[in-house]
Design a protein around this ligand. Structure first.
Ligand SMILES: Nc1nc2c(c(=O)[nH]1)N[C@H]1C(S)=C(S)[C@@H](COP(=O)(O)OP(=O)(O)OC[C@H]3O[C@@H](n4cnc5c(=O)[nH]c(N)nc54)[C@H](O)[C@@H]3O)O[C@H]1N2
Ligand SMILES: Nc1nc2c(c(=O)[nH]1)N[C@H]1C(S)=C(S)[C@@H](COP(=O)(O)OP(=O)(O)OC[C@H]3O[C@@H](n4cnc5c(=O)[nH]c(N)nc54)[C@H](O)[C@@H]3O)O[C@H]1N2
Ligand code: SF4
Ligand SMILES: [Mo]
Length: 736
């Protein structure tokens, strides 16, 4: 059996291996600055990682010359247990990247070109404030939309609300939105991040497309290693032989886009063979009879014809899941915007979890809790006259958060009553993150004004009228991390070094803009530390203490981690029970029980475009990182040997890809011939194929999946963008 260390392969990336002995104590100076612990000539400053959204708490070690020597995990943090993933360790490269943005820029060339001139902060901020005032005067502040992802978004969200706009869109409709809605409909609550999965104590975990191991969500990967060490079982359903598949008892190489049929057949077996938790279902769910009737004909034999998974395997895996219950669950997934019926797929997963009776059970789902940090006493925000719900006008009735693509549509719309005219984009590389690039381009051309806040010159910065350079997470304070976990924790992010060049934190930018917009009442502080100090004092801590410990644990207040045996849980659904049958969906004209619907299959000579993560990269943000590029500097297109033989392809050969709509990849990509992908699909790691020449390391390396995703399957229940219904073929002569 593989040890956790081997499995996670958390490397030091060759960065100085100096160890920190005893802990030093930070000193508070009269001017509010801190002297952080100095040990062996190194300062140690707390942070939480921004290389992905798992937000592991860490220590940045800085030597006497002001060089970051390493970033290591904080031992007290349950997100990382003292060990960062390769990307978090490689955070040093985020700081050191030579291509970073270091000064505000004002566009000189066409929209989408990368021609800018340098500007002072005053000039850039004055220009933005003037344009926001103009657009607000003409169209109302609601016509400004914020696209945001990551910690900086909170500062601009505050500014937007102070201006009178709640049109802010996180990466929700391209990520976990359908899962949250599927769970809300079934259990009455969303799952959030980290998902409250009791992986370490589970006896059986089922992964439907979740590729833990490549998806490096740290705590989950570590707990998965723990459960493997304890001899627990994993069942992986994936058309690709993923890392998780290689650690699994059963790998089910499903025909893509047919998972709902498999899930329904599993439900069939559980009911038919009385494998489900009958007491639990009787006491805690509604709609069982309708469910049993619904799946009556959905036998493993029926599913075999759809999924290509043998009936015996479907039965065997259903029995294994049930035998391990309640310490058994189907992982609800993370990036779940696949085929447009994603809320329904998550509903099917939630129903199976209901039958296994694993809510509030050890080895199933635990009850997570977070620290409630009091809101800083800002004046009340003005009430916007309209928001994204008006744009939707009744479409996607279960959308719980705004949908980024809605703002793109509302920017293109020149007639409707609810138009978007200006964009603030913070921490998201939209042309590489939102599918249907031609629509994005059209909207970007029509927007009257675009501000982009980023740390790097990315593709999105090319569309900006003004680019504001943010310093990295290693050079700034941000909000306290309060993510829920088994126990409530807070984590501090503090600057390890002053910002490089003329880059600044988002909190500072939002305040400067606020003042220029006459909103100083919403920014009654000079430095963001004041807000943090106020909040920390309210929960019985201080910046001084947090500089010393980085992460602070609080006692649970919400009750036990698991459901007490003698009490029934109360769910926040209309019925107060787990809704196997959803009256809410029936009332709004949707299937109250999940159904399998057939999706298009690739035309002759085309293969389904499948994409995902690599352990050492995060989306498009790390491809230029010198340390992480050292581990992997381009993506490959995975091709099954049978397909390779048909096309005469060899590993290392460069091809262009062309999709069903005739869109060709911007760059060629190297072939990797491998049995690890089904013959009907190809796979590529998302986030490569950069076109911005200022990304000197990453430009032109590999290809971008997002450019080939032009057929978008919108989820009618909540509006997410299904991205896996695209097919590609090869252009073999890569010189044409
Ligand atoms: N085709 C395709 N599209 C996808 C996905 C996919 O797999 N394939 N995945 C989807 C998923 S699950 C998600 S969550 C989204 C992710 O979408 P994004 O979050 O947009 O991902 P990135 O491409 O990494 O872009 C992040 C941007 O933030 C910048 N940035 C990094 N750190 C900071 C910072 O501290 N401050 C500021 N201001 N900017 C910073 C980076 O330079 C980069 O421009 O993409 C979604 N879209
Ligand atoms: N290293 C690294 N880790 C990350 C990130 C990162 O950028 N880098 N991003 C984080 C974020 S924001 C997210 S949302 C998660 C996403 O990570 P996950 O939610 O775990 O994975 P997905 O990207 O949804 O799924 C990818 C897997 O689905 C399989 N798949 C494709 N089509 C089908 C199908 O039809 N059926 C089935 N059953 N499987 C299919 C693919 O082969 C692949 O193995 O990763 C997180 N972790
Ligand atoms: S999982 Fe890795 S990249 Fe994500 S926050 Fe943790 S260390 Fe950083
Ligand atoms: Mo995501």
């Amino acid at each position: 059996m593989q040890s956790r260390r081997d499995f996670i392969k958390i490397s030091a990336l060759g960065i100085g291996g100096i160890t920190l002995g005893s802990q030093g104590i930070p000193k508070l100076l009269g001017n509010g600055l801190f002297i952080d612990p100095v040990v062996s000539g190194m300062k140690r400053i707390p942070t939480y990682c921004e290389v992905c959204f798992w937000k592991c708490a860490a220590w940045t070690h800085v030597d006497e010359k002001g060089k970051i020597r390493k970033i290591i995990g904080n031992d007290s943090d349950p997100h990382c247990n003292g060990r960062l993933c390769p990307r978090g360790t490689g955070g040093v490269g985020v700081y050191e990247d030579k291509d970073r943005l270091t000064t505000p820029l004002i566009r000189e060339g066409e929209v989408g070109s990368q021609r800018f001139r340098k500007a002072s902060w005053d000039e850039a901020l004055d220009l933005i404030a003037d344009r926001i005032k103009e657009i607000s005067a003409e169209h109302g502040p609601e016509s400004i939309a914020l696209f945001n992802h990551g910690s900086s978004g909170a500062h601009f969200t505050h500014l937007m609300k102070a201006m009178g706009s709640s049109n802010t869109a996180p990466s929700y409709a391209q990520c976990r939105g359908p899962r949250e809605v599927g769970y809300k409909l079934t259990y009455g609550s969303v799952l959030g991040s980290p998902e409250p999965l009791d992986i370490r104590d589970s006896k059986c975990m089922v992964l439907i497309g979740s590729h833990l191991g490549e998806n490096m969500h740290n705590g989950q990967v570590q707990e998965m290693a723990d459960m493997i060490e304890k001899g627990a079982d994993i069942i992986t359903v994936d058309p690709r032989y993923s890392i998780a598949a290689s650690k699994s008892k059963y790998w089910l190489p499903i025909k893509p886009a047919t998972d709902i049929a498999l899930l329904l057949a599993w439900i069939h077996v559980m009911i038919e063979e009385n494998l489900y938790d009958q007491d639990y279902v009787k006491n805690n769910t509604i709609g069982f009879e309708q469910l049993a009737h619904h799946v009556k004909q959905m036998t493993p034999e029926w599913a075999y014809g759809i999924t290509t998974i043998k009936p015996s395997m479907i039965r065997k895996t259903a029995r294994l899941m049930a035998a391990s219950a309640p310490a058994s669950f189907v992982h609800p997934g993370r990036q779940v915007t696949w085929y447009g019926d994603d809320t329904q797929r998550t509903r099917a997963i939630a129903i199976i979890n209901g039958l296994l009776g694993n809510w509030g059970k050890r080895g199933g789902f635990y009850f997570a809790e977070k620290v409630k940090i009091p809101k800083y006493p800002y004046p009340e925000y003005p009430t916007p006259k309209w928001d994204w719900r008006n744009i939707l006008n009744g479409r996607f009735p279960f959308a719980a958060l705004s949908i980024s693509n809605t703002f793109i549509d509302a920017t293109i719309d020149q007639e409707g009553p609810y138009q978007i005219k200006g964009w603030i984009v913070s921490g998201t590389n939209l042309p590489y993150a939102i599918p249907d690039i031609s629509k994005f381009e059209k909207a970007a051309q029509l927007a009257k004004f675009i501000v982009v806040v980023d740390t790097m010159p990315m593709e999105i910065t090319g569309y900006a009228d003004v680019v504001l350079p943010e310093c990295t997470y290693l050079e700034r304070y941000d909000d306290l991390r309060t993510s829920p976990h088994r126990e409530p924790y807070i984590a501090l992010r503090a600057p390890a070094l002053p910002p490089v060049g003329d880059s600044k934190p988002a909190a500072w930018m939002a305040r400067e803009l606020g003042i220029r917009l006459g909103l100083e009442a919403y920014f009654p502080w000079e430095k963001y530390e004041e807000v943090l100090e106020w909040q920390l004092n309210k929960v019985g801590s201080s910046l001084e203490e947090m500089h010393e410990i980085g992460i602070k644990r609080f006692p649970r207040k919400s009750g036990p981690l698991y459901q007490p045996e003698n009490e029934l849980p109360l769910f926040s659904t209309p019925s107060g029970k787990i809704e196997l049958y959803s009256q809410q969906l029936a009332d709004t004209g949707f299937d109250p029980l999940p159904n399998y619907t057939e999706h298009a299959t690739p035309p002759e000579g085309y293969y389904r475009l499948n994409y995902g993560r690599a352990p050492m990269h995060t989306f498009s943000r790390t491809s230029n990182n010198p340390y992480l590029a050292d581990l992997m500097d381009e993506n490959f297109v995975w091709v099954h040997p049978k397909v390779a033989a048909k096309w005469n392809l060899e590993t290392g050969q460069k091809v262009y890809l062309k999709n069903q709509d005739g869109v060709k990849s911007e760059f060629p990509i190297k072939v990797r011939v491998t049995e690890r992908i089904r013959w009907d699909s190809v796979f590529m790691v998302h986030g490569f194929g950069h076109s911005n020449k200022q990304l000197t390391q990453a430009v032109g390396k590999g290809a971008s999946d997002n450019h080939l995703i032009t057929d978008v399957k919108i989820d009618p229940i909540m509006g997410a963008t299904g991205m896996r219904g695209n097919f590609v073929t090869f252009i073999v002569d890569a010189t044409t």
